[in-house]
Design a protein around this ligand. Structure first.
Ligand SMILES: NC(=O)c1ccc[n+]([C@@H]2O[C@H](COP(=O)([O-])OP(=O)(O)OC[C@H]3O[C@@H](n4cnc5c(N)ncnc54)[C@H](O)[C@@H]3O)[C@@H](O)[C@H]2O)c1
Ligand SMILES: [Fe+2]
Length: 390
């Protein structure tokens, strides 16, 4: 019997080409008066923000565009100051996971005292945050529908997660058009991050029939469209499948959490500044191989969804095919394959491992994971050694 508690999606999702234009009707219907737009300088340069401003009309607004990749506690404090200056009653986040995550934190801090660090964990914010409208510009994190924000505490060099149903954006306007300006290398790493979300959600101990269906469709869409989106960025069919694939994975992992790959990638990003999608892309083949012994049947499903020919293969060979298919995809789209390419070495292995083990994603990973296992996974990912059994 398939029994699970409940499936949550607190965000109203509007999807399709041009839906960014619905921003105006949300603002009018809700009678919002003062608007803080949160974004980053990369997005600013594309001119995409003009599409938001054109929807705001004559209302009062300010733009915070200092969001960094792997956004920081300081980013949240600075954005909060701007929010208070204009007495914002709504926040519009336009950007990738970084901008949307800062916006989630700032909406929470607008109504809850203190620093975002005080709210690490699940359901720690007592008051309802300010309403948030999220417009994702990467087909990657799906932060537009998730109940988490991931912020780097610069002092501890630690990525902390603040979660809870209240943190979810009230509205997500998911418009494939805004992903057209993504350069190939960001399309590649954010797209592979979305695939990792689907793979980790599908194999999570918390997976349920709804999350599994979403994750499998996400795997099918991403694995058959990511190469085209990278090498032919104006292919809107591929862009459309990619952002839908990312969204489906987000709806899935919001209910299942992720796994070892995300647990291990956060310390790498916090300490060495490796972009989130790149860290995951390097780690994932090693983590999949490690997990394939625990749930080969699930990895066989993933190989099937990636369109691999599985005729005549044993169960373990089919699981191995999934590992190789993800590795090949990552190589085809030009993502580096070792953490040492980003100056990650073994000098901080103990700290990285202890931080990784604090993640709630370790507990739902399909294979029980020890301190020694994490060390081995890091060593393989740093050195770029062959993907092999641990
Ligand atoms: N909240 C969640 O549920 C969740 C889930 C996964 C990851 N994350 C977090 O999200 C962050 C990563 O977000 P991301 O991978 O989306 O990248 P990002 O938001 O850091 O953006 C990466 C780069 O892409 C540029 N960019 C984004 N959209 C663009 C566009 N349309 N055109 C041109 N340039 C564009 C940005 O300017 C930036 O330089 C990490 O901090 C990660 O931990 C959050
Ligand atoms: Fe991710």
């Amino acid at each position: 019997m398939n029994q699970f508690g409940s499936f949550k999606n607190p965000t109203q999702i509007t999807y399709g080409s041009g839906v960014i234009q619905q921003l105006r009707s949300i603002i009018e219907d809700q009678d919002f008066k003062n608007i803080l737009i949160i974004t980053d300088q990369g997005i600013r340069k594309t001119g995409l923000i003009e599409r938001v401003i054109s929807q705001i009309g004559n209302l009062n607004y300010a733009i915070f565009d200092e969001t960094q990749p792997n956004p920081t506690v300081t980013n949240c404090e600075d954005a909060l100051r701007t929010l208070k200056q204009i007495h914002a009653d709504v926040v519009v986040a336009m950007g990738g996971g970084s901008s949307i995550d800062v916006a989630k934190a700032v909406c929470a801090l607008a109504t809850n005292e203190g620093s975002i660090i005080d709210y690490e964990g699940i359901d720690k914010c007592p008051n309802d945050p300010l309403p948030l409208i999220a417009i994702p510009t990467t087909a990657g994190t799906a932060s537009e529908v998730t109940t988490f924000t991931v912020i780097t505490d610069e002092e501890r060099q630690y990525k902390l997660t603040v979660g809870g149903i209240k943190l979810a954006p009230k509205w997500a306007l998911v418009d494939p058009e805004v992903t057209k300006t993504l350069p190939p290398h960001i399309t590649a790493s954010t797209g592979l991050d979305a695939l990792v979300h689907a793979v980790e959600s599908y194999t999570s101990k918390m997976a349920n029939p709804i999350s599994k269906a979403l994750a499998r469709e996400s795997i099918r869409k991403i694995s058959s469209n990511l190469r085209q989106a990278v090498y032919s960025g104006d292919n809107m069919v591929a862009r459309d499948h990619m952002i839908m694939g990312s969204l489906l994975a987000g709806l899935a992992f919001n209910n299942t959490r992720l796994g070892n790959c995300h647990a291990l990638s956060h310390p790498v990003s916090a300490i060495y500044g490796v972009p989130h999608g790149v860290a995951n892309s390097i780690l994932i083949p090693h983590v999949m191989k490690f997990n394939s012994y625990a749930v080969p049947e699930l990895f066989s499903d993933i190989a099937e969804d990636m369109g691999e020919n599985l005729d005549g293969l044993s169960l373990m060979e089919r699981a191995e095919t999934a590992v190789n298919a993800v590795k090949r995809l990552s190589e085809d789209i030009g993502i580096p394959t070792t953490l040492s390419d980003f100056n990650v070495d073994e000098s901080r292995l103990d700290q990285m491992t202890r931080d990784a083990l604090l993640s709630g994603n370790i507990a739902v990973n399909p294979r029980t994971t020890t301190y020694e296992d994490v060390i081995e996974l890091y060593k393989k990912s740093i050195g770029g050694v062959k993907v092999e059994a641990i």
